[in-house]
Design a binder for this molecule. Sequence first.
Ligand SMILES: Nc1ncnc2c1ncn2[C@@H]1O[C@H](COP(=O)(O)OP(=O)(O)O)[C@@H](O)[C@H]1O
Ligand SMILES: [Mg+2]
Length: 318
Amino acid sequence: MCASDLLRVEALSVSFAGLGRSLPAVQSLSFSLGSGEIVALVGESGCGKSLTARAILGLPPENAVLSGKIFFEGRDLLALPEDAMRSLRGSRISMIFQEPMTALNPVLRCGHQALEILTAHGLPPSRERVLEMFTQVGIADAQSRYDSYPHQLSGGMRQRVLIAMSLLCDPLLLLADEPTTALDVTISRQILALLAHESRERHMAVLFISHDLRTVESFAEKVGVMYAGRLVEMAAVGELFSHPLHPYTRGLLNASRISSSHKRLLTIPGQVPSLAAMPKGCPFAPRCPDVLDICHEVFPQATHLADHTVHCFAQARN
Ligand SMILES: Nc1ncnc2c1ncn2[C@@H]1O[C@H](COP(=O)(O)OP(=O)(O)O)[C@@H](O)[C@H]1O
Ligand SMILES: [Mg+2]
């Protein structure tokens, strides 16, 4: 483990019991994140991104079975007692979600909800501190927003309130699970710029989750591509966009371009397999344009090319 790693996920697996066996939703996932670094996890819906974030936060679904290790500042979070995890959550590690409305309590004023975060972590419930944070994340007229109920704010403003709440205890790591997916393009860009700014200012690491590879291009430093619970490729953002090695990554890049001849969004044919019908071998094999016989038998080991990692037999042959 590199001394500078803030977070190191090692062989994380998350599975569910079903059909009389264990159904794997995340398998042997390993990656690391340095202090202040912005790492993105991307992949289509159902690839295990949210489960990964919830495992790191210590809030997996009740029926999930976890294995592997999640080191945060050198301690394995999966081995921490619940009270120790609870005190980390919301303070050293915090999280923002896709839909701010469901993450906010509809019957409490925004300022009050922010105060509760401070008291939950043993800090003085300072109105000034909350107002200062609201202002810092670009909430105009913070005084009146403090007294607003969530439904009185726009989606973008609600996400700013949640970001302010997530930053109140000065986290070292922010987990951001599709925080801009519910927002329109302009607001989404503003929120990404705000997160990047806060990450720089505070030297705060961000694990940013998105189904859209293009969203992360201007934002993340490193990108991990997940497919059906597996990390299939990981590299620095420029390297991944200029030299994508995995056929799934190439498919995602093509899918986010509009076909100029057809004037429509290109897609990768087929879909992510369900947990109950996970193919043997590489889960992408049934959709893969470069598939080999062996791909249907075993999942490939990692090939490392400098800091670029890929799991693909077709690539390893090149
Ligand atoms: N509580 C649960 N019980 C059973 N399966 C689940 C549960 N939560 C998630 N899953 C399954 O795990 C897979 C990964 O889910 P998720 O991490 O939410 O994907 P993503 O965030 O990449 O869209 C999906 O197939 C999903 O249906
Ligand atoms: Mg998700």
